[in-house]
Ligand binder design. Structure first.
Ligand SMILES: C[S@@+](CC[C@H](N)C(=O)[O-])C[C@H]1O[C@@H](n2cnc3c(N)ncnc32)[C@H](O)[C@@H]1O
Length: 226
């Protein structure tokens, strides 16, 4: 799959739990969702009484504008997946149409919540690599389908600066997937591991239960040694 820009495409809480191996203890932490876009993670977590703040530049737009953007990008993404079905594992979704319906359902949950979240400050218009957030404001940062995936659009320098910034605002950062859009391993993974191991962090590549891009079943976890 090749997309000229970074698209709004939303996943569910169940998918986040699998992508990041989230335990009950993890869910109870103060969580930052980086690049959450139209995922229903924040909406579903809030429903269950958990605490999540999502950041994404797309939150500068209204719910109606985001809905329009989602509708505009839906067909191009679905048709690219259809052209490359063998690059994906069809265990959670039986086929492309089921995938499309699941994505639209997550995005709809997000749009309803986003429209009513108002003054709660759960959806912030913030962009990597520089965030207007306090040092160590969060216990855990989850970054799904942004870093590593968009290696063609985002440089290694951008990745290093962004992860440094996420570690400034959160005690632990988890990133998934470690593949690019074309399902090839991201060449930035090794330099990122070297950089943050060298800076004294505990850096782990861990297997996870989630696999949709073929071979995309590992996350990167970076934290200070406890
Ligand atoms: C493919 S979507 C992933 C959405 C969600 N994390 C998920 O997995 O369902 C990528 C998101 O990254 C956001 N994004 C793009 N550039 C960003 C930046 N510099 N900082 C934070 N988010 C960014 C986009 O607006 C988009 O919503």
């Amino acid at each position: 799959m090749k997309l000229s820009e970074i698209v709004p495409w939303g996943r569910s809480l169940a998918e986040y739990q699998l992508m990041f191996s989230l335990t009950d203890a993890d869910l109870s932490q103060n969580i930052l969702g980086c690049g959450d876009g139209p995922a229903s993670f924040n909406a579903e977590m809030t429903d269950r009484g958990y605490t999540v703040t999502s950041i994404d530049p797309v939150y500068q737009f209204s719910a109606a504008e985001i809905r329009q953007r989602v509708q505009d990008t839906y067909e191009p993404i679905i048709s690219q997946v259809k052209q490359n079905v063998d690059r994906y594992i069809w265990k959670n979704f039986a086929n492309v149409d089921e995938l499309g319906q699941a994505r639209l359902a997550s995005m709809e949950k997000f749009l309803v919540d986003f429209a009513q979240a108002g003054a709660q400050q759960r959806y912030l218009n913030e962009s990597l690599p520089s965030l207007v957030l306090a040092d160590q404001q969060f216990d855990l940062c989850l970054c799904s389908h942004l870093l590593f995936l968009y290696a063609e659009q985002l440089s290694l320098e951008f990745h290093l600066a962004s992860i440094r910034e996420l570690l400034r605002v959160a005690a632990e950062v988890r990133i998934f997937p470690l593949l690019q859009l074309n399902c090839e391993p991201c060449p930035y993974l090794e330099p990122v591991i070297q950089e943050f191991s060298g800076a004294g962090y505990q850096v782990q590549v861990l297997p996870v239960e989630y696999e949709f891009q073929r071979g995309g079943d590992r996350m990167l976890k970076i934290s200070l040694f406890k």
